[in-house]
Design a protein around this ligand. Sequence first.
Ligand SMILES: C[S@@+](CC[C@H](N)C(=O)[O-])C[C@H]1O[C@@H](n2cnc3c(N)ncnc32)[C@H](O)[C@@H]1O
Length: 371
Amino acid sequence: MSKKETAPKDRNATVWAIEPHTSAKHAILRHYLNAWFPVLSSWSKRVVFIDGFAGPGSYAGGEPGSPELALRTLLDHGHATRMKETQFVFIFNEFNTERHAELEAHVDKLSVEHKGWPKNVVVKVHNDNFKTVAEQILTSLGDDRMAPTFAFVDPFGYKDVPLELIARLMKYKQSELFIYWDANSANRFATGNIVDEHFEALFGTDEFKNAPPAGDANRMPFLHDLYRRQLAAQCGFRYVRSFQMVNSGNRTGNYLFFGTRSLKGLDKMKYAMWQVDPTGNFRFSDMLNNQAVLFDVTPDFTVLEDALLLEFSGQTVDIDDVVTYVIEFTPFHAGHVKMKTLKPMQAAGRISSPNQKRAGQFPPGTLIAFP
Ligand SMILES: C[S@@+](CC[C@H](N)C(=O)[O-])C[C@H]1O[C@@H](n2cnc3c(N)ncnc32)[C@H](O)[C@@H]1O
């Protein structure tokens, strides 16, 4: 595969043209933060958002970069007033000097547009290697002052993202990671002995060397699953989910990995991913630009019906347990359960309830009897 297929075509430019997969990545980030900021602010008086590879602030066509998206998601949020008792610290970091200058100017412009940041918002822009900034954050916050941290780690490749360092950033139990993982390079170089030093840092192990040989259909799944396992084990994430990005050459370029210890966080992220891929395959293709599916696809809830009938066969189960099962063990999210799946199942006589007040409604405490 040529380098062109995974990197922006003008990677050396200070500002480059946005690509479809970047817009998809941004959409997931926006949907997630929109749901997650209010949850975090109800848990903590302080929240940290780190964009470790922040870019120049905007794209060639004027599209906003990730720092602006994150900031606007909070500032323009319908519940912004409710969140004002929580301090939100945004840390944006960009290593490249010219891009950093662009980013700083862009953030300043946003601040002026908002007549200065609200009192509960702190914005810091750094010009350093992510590894240095992460160490600085860890030192300056100290164990006692760590707050729920959402780290967006969005490098061009596989360098400067050591798992050991990310794991330390994720130590606080409500912290979460959203990382753009260079699957294409992992696939190309895993058994090549070319960049082992970087891969050992990336994976936090040298087990990538055991990947099936190039060309074997199991090679990419092996590497994907190894990275997922390592994220879970080293960062202490209970849940790790990925979203596949297919490049214009119809090959997997990257996976977006999300790690959390929270079932609620997992649910909100699945919701965000469904917004970008309404088929529920957790996949976006630059080739198709997902146009065909964006407007005319409705999820196939019979798949979920069948999964529930199989899992709970012969049992009477509390609605909360049904929802938890769906979030944890199926591709679906909580919003898919009651009205989209259980209600039609009940109407069709496929399930019943011994204590429901009104058919088709499933408030807490409702028991569902599965045949
Ligand atoms: C994929 S782009 C970021 C895009 C941005 N997050 C967005 O979504 O709009 C990756 C950026 O990381 C920067 N970069 C590369 N190596 C870095 C490092 N070690 N530390 C911090 N930034 C780095 C690059 O200059 C580039 O601007």
